[in-house]
Ligand binder design. Structure first.
Ligand code: PLP
Length: 428
């Protein structure tokens, strides 16, 4: 495939793609939503093919193809463990990152409730896999403290410590936020928890594969990850559980995963998650540098060239591939549709929120006013993205934002160029 020419909008009707200049030639999409999910890397694809091609036994079966399947599972587990500096016996495969989060939160709450511990601490801007698990526990009598991040999107250990009670069972704070990409001081937070003999879990779904993650260095008790965020297929995740602790099982049944997570293993997924994480961590410094270059190019150019554009979340401790930018005066959905017309995939918030028009709870938690939260976009870069694509994004934003603002009552009113009106027809 030839390199697409940025800015060339010669497209086949109805096809969201940008073109190489040849009339009606649909070209590749510019995929800038790598925090939502990522394409499979060649190593993961090869692992899936190897696992699914052939007799493909059950890893629990005691004959040769069963042993072969078990070997694939063992290899995947060893690869994930090595990437995290864990012991293979501390890695438990799950169906997704959400399951790992549910297991850590509910499994701990149920286990420690027997000791009278019915309080949990988390942050106000966690992924819904954590927030909704906490809400479920509240409905059955647990109490939860939600720590607010500061305006840059960081949780302060002293705020977490101040919320600790004698009956606190668990502290769960995410390693990197999925919308604004801010990286939390996990080592310090785990130390606070342990000073009070409390278990510490981190949702590292956005961090694993994107930045170095060493469970021993961080000192965490449990850590969630999800394969589709680092170029493995969807439908495979894992929970690291430090040797010596045992939250209640979340899935009961057969004896898989050392009797702690029932269900016949997703052999192809496990083989792929191991291969993908090994590939991601082997190339991590180069991958981080590449993504950060694209991110910084987009942030600098957009903030310079688009009036009142605003970066959400601090810039220093931030995922290398994350740029979350507000464009006041517009709705994110309008920008999203315009970008799609130009062949660019991005997000107005986290993927699971993209069918809701409510402002993102993450942006509200850092104090962004609702009307600005509505006009926020997340661009997330991966190893496959190019500088040419980053330039194309900026060219496109510089074209669509002023054009849409010129039609936006919200923007024109804020500029004093349109009278304020009421949808009910009253005079303002
Ligand atoms: N936690 C975070 C921080 C996430 O970003 C996501 C997915 O976007 C999840 C958990 C859920 O992961 P999964 O999609 O594998 O269930």
């Amino acid at each position: 495939m030839e390199d697409p020419k940025p800015g060339c909008l010669c497209r086949s009707p109805g096809i969201s793609a940008y073109c190489d200049g040849k009339e009606n030639t649909p070209m590749k999409l510019v995929y800038l939503d790598n925090a939502a999910t990522t394409p499979c890397c060649p190593q993961a694809l090869a692992a899936v093919n190897k696992a699914l091609d052939g007799p493909c036994g059950n890893p629990s079966s005691h004959y040769s193809v069963g042993y072969e399947a078990k070997q694939l599972v063992d290899t995947g587990r060893a690869q994930v463990a090595k990437a995290l500096n864990a012991d293979p016996g501390e890695i438990f495969f799950t169906g997704c990152g959400s399951e790992a989060d549910n297991w850590a939160v509910k499994g701990t709450a149920f286990k420690l409730a027997a000791q009278g511990k019915k309080h949990l601490i988390t942050s106000a801007f966690e992924h819904h896999a954590i927030l909704h698990s906490m809400a479920m526990l509240e409905r059955i009598g647990f109490e939860v403290s939600y720590i607010k991040p500061d305006s840059e999107g960081y949780i302060h250990p002293e705020d977490v410590e101040a919320a600790i009670r004698p009956d606190t069972a668990l502290i769960s704070i995410m390693m990197a936020n999925n919308e604004i990409g801010t990286i939390q001081p996990i080592k310090e937070l785990a130390a606070v928890a342990h000073a009070h003999k409390i278990w510490f879990h981190t949702d590292a779904v956005q961090a694993v594969g994107a930045i170095p993650v060493d469970v021993k260095e961080l000192g965490v008790d449990m850590l969630s990850l999800s394969g589709h965020k680092f170029n493995a297929p969807k439908g495979i995740g894992a929970l690291y559980i430090r040797k010596g602790i045992s939250p209640w099982n979340f899935l009961d049944g057969g004896g898989q995963e050392s009797r702690r997570r029932a269900g016949t293993e997703n052999v192809a997924g496990i083989a792929a998650i191991g291969a993908a994480l090994e590939a991601a961590t082997q190339n991590l410094p180069a991958r981080m540098e590449h993504e950060q270059k694209l991110r910084d190019y987009v942030i600098d150019r957009v903030l310079k060239n688009i009036p009142q554009a605003r970066l959400n979340g601090g810039r220093d401790k931030r995922l290398p591939g994350n740029a979350n930018i507000s464009f006041p005066g517009l709705e994110g959905e309008t920008i999203l549709l315009d970008l799609d017309m130009h062949g660019i995939c991005a997000s107005t918030g986290s993927a699971c929120n993209s069918d809701s028009l409510d402002p993102s709870h993450v942006l509200l938690s850092i104090g962004l006013p609702e009307e600005i939260g509505h006009g926020s976009m997340r661009f997330t870069f991966g190893p496959q993205n190019t500088m040419q694509e980053a330039e194309y994004l900026c060219d496109t934003l510089e074209e669509i934002i002023p054009r849409r603002r010129a039609m936006s009552c919200m923007w024109l009113q804020s500029e004093g160029k349109a009278r304020v009106f009421s949808l009910k027809g009253e005079k303002q």
